[in-house]
Design a protein around this ligand. Structure first.
Ligand code: NAP
Length: 309
């Protein structure tokens, strides 16, 4: 039997519609909309698409969204200067710096820039203070993607307490915070990464399996306990027809779409897992839409909590 489809698009729409009355209440009380400032440095085409999507979703939800564009040759000092200016702006509630920053800024620049964002405006939840609060289970602003996964599990009535979870991937933005959020909900959590031995055996033990590594089709049916909940965070755009055929089959609906556009987006989880898992997120339409919804939720939370201070 095919796994239940955990519909991230519907869940994101529900979250956004719940934000609308809170945004209206904020506007009537403060005579301005909660505001999100997105800093976009350079010409990375994917970043431009991501920023456009965030801007559109923010405006639809009633937020004021300002995109600050800076040239690819901007210096580290200029980027930090912009962040400090936004930190000092009383009408700015949330700051998001779109990653990746241009390589010319140097390896440490991304960390320096994220660290410079005021923790009360840090709507990505990456500032070390907010990460520390997350570790202690008392953060307000938490990373959007794992928060979105938790919203999806909870709204889909997937029990977390008492389960065994396995998170594949240990990045600061997905894997580590994901594991912490599951732990805080009383799951027993194992984190796997590129040096993990017998990853398949560990994954097979999971009641909740989250994959966030960006390797198409990595999680195969033999790695999944029958009936488990499988969350596919991976997003890999591909123009590789052979890869898409090997994942979905030559006569699949996905191939029809692929042959029209020449590209598609695939997840970390092999489509064969649909016949083993109990519930599963699709790619696209799973975790992706939730990340943006949680960004909007964080922006409103930042605005409300600054206004209450
Ligand atoms: P990242 O920073 O590159 O981290 C990837 C992680 O995967 C690392 O911890 C790495 O292990 C691990 N890994 C890589 N290959 C592996 C393997 N063969 N076996 C086991 N572990 C392996 O990536 P990220 O930023 O967390 O993103 C991960 C994926 O999620 C990407 O596809 C990204 O596009 C997607 N993503 C989606 C959303 C969304 O909105 N849905 C948001 C963010 C990211 P090591 O630490 O040992 O190197």
């Amino acid at each position: 039997m095919a796994a239940n489809r955990l519909d991230g698009t519907a869940c994101a729409a529900a979250i956004k519609s719940e934000l609308a009355p809170r945004v209206s209440a904020f506007v009537s009380q403060h005579r301005r909309a909660p505001s999100l400032h997105i800093l976009l440095v350079g010409d990375d085409p994917a970043s431009h698409v991501y920023v456009r999507n965030k801007e559109r979703a923010g405006i639809e939800t009633g937020l004021q969204v300002t995109v600050r564009r800076m040239n690819a040759d901007s210096s580290r000092e200029q980027v930090l200067g912009m962040v400090h200016q936004l930190n000092d702006d009383p009408t700015c509630d949330g700051i998001l710096v779109q990653a990746p920053l241009p390589a010319s800024l140097g390896r440490a620049a991304t960390q320096d820039v994220f660290d410079a964002i005021s923790p009360v405006k840090d709507v990505d939840g990456f500032h070390p203070l907010n990460v520390g609060l997350l570790v202690q289970g008392r953060a307000t602003l938490m990373p959007c993607t794992p928060s979105g996964v938790i919203e999806l599990l909870e709204r889909s009535k997937i029990a977390i307490a008492g389960t065994r979870s396995v998170v594949i991937g240990r990045s600061e933005i997905v894997g580590k915070p994901m594991a912490l959020m599951l732990l805080q909900r009383d799951s027993t959590v194992t984190i796997c990464h590129s040096r993990t031995k017998d990853l398949a055996g560990i994954a097979r033990d999971a009641d909740i399996l989250v994959s966030a590594i960006g390797r198409p089709g990595f999680v195969t049916p033999d790695m999944v306990k029958p009936g488990a909940t499988v969350v596919d965070v991976g997003i890999s755009p591909t123009a590789d027809r052979q890869l898409v055929v090997s994942l979905f089959g030559v006569a699949s609906e996905r191939m029809v779409g692929f042959d029209k556009k020449g590209t598609t987006v695939v997840g970390d989880v092999h489509p064969g897992v649909w016949s083993v898992a109990g519930a599963m997120t699709p790619v696209p339409g799973g975790v992706g839409p939730l990340t943006i919804a949680l960004l909007l939720k964080n922006t409103l939370a930042a605005a409300e909590s600054r206004a209450a201070r």
